[in-house]
Design a binder for this molecule. Structure first.
Ligand SMILES: [Zn+2]
Length: 293
C-alpha cells in the first residue's frame, strides 16, 4: 500500500518541480502556460461530452501520518490538486437507500420490461450497503471538490426514495462528465471477496455513445482502485441490464467495492481507514481519466 502511494506521489512531485521550474521564467509565462493547458485539456472534452449527451481516515491516523512524513510531497500534491478539475462535473450515486415506497420502472427507454425502482442492497454483519455506499461517496465528494470539480450527489441521506431512472436523470440534467455509481456486493458464497467495476453495453442503452467513454473511465477507476486497495481483482464487467446505465446519457460506471457477505471484507469495509483508501483510489482513477481525455 505504501509503495503504491509513493508511486502516486512521485507523479505529484514531478509536476511540482515542473511548475516550480516554470516560475523561474516569470509569472507571466507561467500564467500563459496555464491558459494554454486549460484550453487544450478541458474545453475539447466538454464540447465532446455535450455532443455525446444531446438531451439529457484510517483512524485518520494514516492520512495525517502520510502527509506529515513527507511535507514537501504533500505540498506538491495540494498545489497540483488545487483547481485542476475546475470545469468538470461529476455525479456520485451512492447506491440504494432506505425507501418508503415501491414501484416498477422501465429498464430502458427502449424497452417496456420493468424492474423494481427501489431495491435494498447487500447486508453484512458490520453494516448495510446503503450506509457504506454513502460514506465512501461523501469522502470522494470532498476530494473531488478540493480539486475544483462540481459534484452532485443522487442522495445525501440514508432515507432516500430515489429510483434508478431518477438517479440517471440527475446526472443527465447536470451534464455530468461522468457518473460514478457506488455499491458493495453480496453473494451466497461467503468466500468470494474483491472489487469489480461494471460498465454499460448492449442494445438497451438509450445513448449508445456513452459505451466507449464509460469503458475507458471504468478501466481507469478499476486500475487505480486495485492499486490503492490490493483487493482481489474481479475486473471490468459488462452489463446490459442495469436501469441506471440504460437511462444514462452521460458516461457512467458502477463500482462494486467489495463483498459484505465475506466476513473479512465486510469488517474492512466498515473501517474509516479502508473507506478512505477506496475513496482515494476512485479519486485518482477519475482524475486520471479526466486528464487523459
Ligand atoms: Zn448495490
Amino acid at each position: 500500500m505504501k509503495k503504491q502511494r509513493m508511486t502516486k506521489r512521485s507523479g505529484g512531485r514531478s509536476r511540482g518541480v515542473f511548475q516550480r521550474n516554470h516560475k523561474v521564467f516569470g509569472l507571466a509565462a507561467a500564467m500563459l502556460l496555464a491558459v494554454i493547458l486549460c484550453c487544450g485539456c478541458h474545453n475539447p472534452f466538454l464540447l465532446e461530452d455535450v455532443e455525446t449527451a444531446p438531451t439529457d481516515e484510517p483512524e485518520t491516523g494514516t492520512a495525517v501520518e502520510e502527509s506529515s512524513q513527507t511535507p514537501s510531497t504533500g505540498e506538491a500534491l495540494s498545489e497540483e490538486s488545487s483547481g485542476s478539475l475546475t470545469g468538470f462535473t461529476i455525479c456520485l450515486d451512492p447506491g440504494h437507500g432506505i425507501a418508503s415506497a415501491s414501484k416498477q420502472e422501465a429498464v430502458s427507454p427502449k424497452s417496456s420490461e420493468t424492474k423494481p425502482a427501489y431495491v435494498s442492497g447487500a447486508v453484512g454483519n458490520s453494516q448495510t450497503e446503503e450506509e457504506v455506499n454513502l460514506a465512501v461517496a461523501e469522502k470522494l465528494k470532498a476530494k473531488l471538490e478540493a480539486d475544483g470539480a462540481t459534484v452532485i450527489m443522487t442522495r445525501t441521506t440514508h432515507e432516500a426514495t430515489v429510483s434508478n431512472i431518477e438517479r440517471a436523470e440527475m446526472a443527465n440534467e447536470a451534464g455530468a462528465n461522468l457518473c460514478v455509481r457506488i455499491h458493495a456486493d453480496g453473494s451466497d458464497n461467503k468466500s468470494i471477496h474483491g472489487i469489480s467495476v461494471l460498465v454499460p453495453e448492449g442494445n438497451l442503452l438509450g445513448t449508445p455513445a456513452i459505451m466507449e467513454p464509460s469503458r475507458s473511465a471504468g478501466e481507469a477507476v478499476h486500475d487505480a482502485l486495485i492499486d490503492a486497495t490490493g483487493a482481489e481483482d474481479h475486473g471490468i464487467v459488462v452489463r446490459t441490464d442495469l436501469t441506471g446505465f440504460n437511462w444514462s446519457e452521460v458516461p457512467v460506471i458502477l463500482v462494486e467495492m467489495g463483498f459484505l457477505s465475506n466476513d473479512e471484507e465486510d469488517a474492512k469495509l466498515a473501517t474509516d481507514e479502508y473507506r478512505e483508501i477506496l475513496a482515494e483510489g476512485m479519486h485518482q482513477g477519475i482524475r486520471n481519466w479526466l486528464m487523459n481525455q
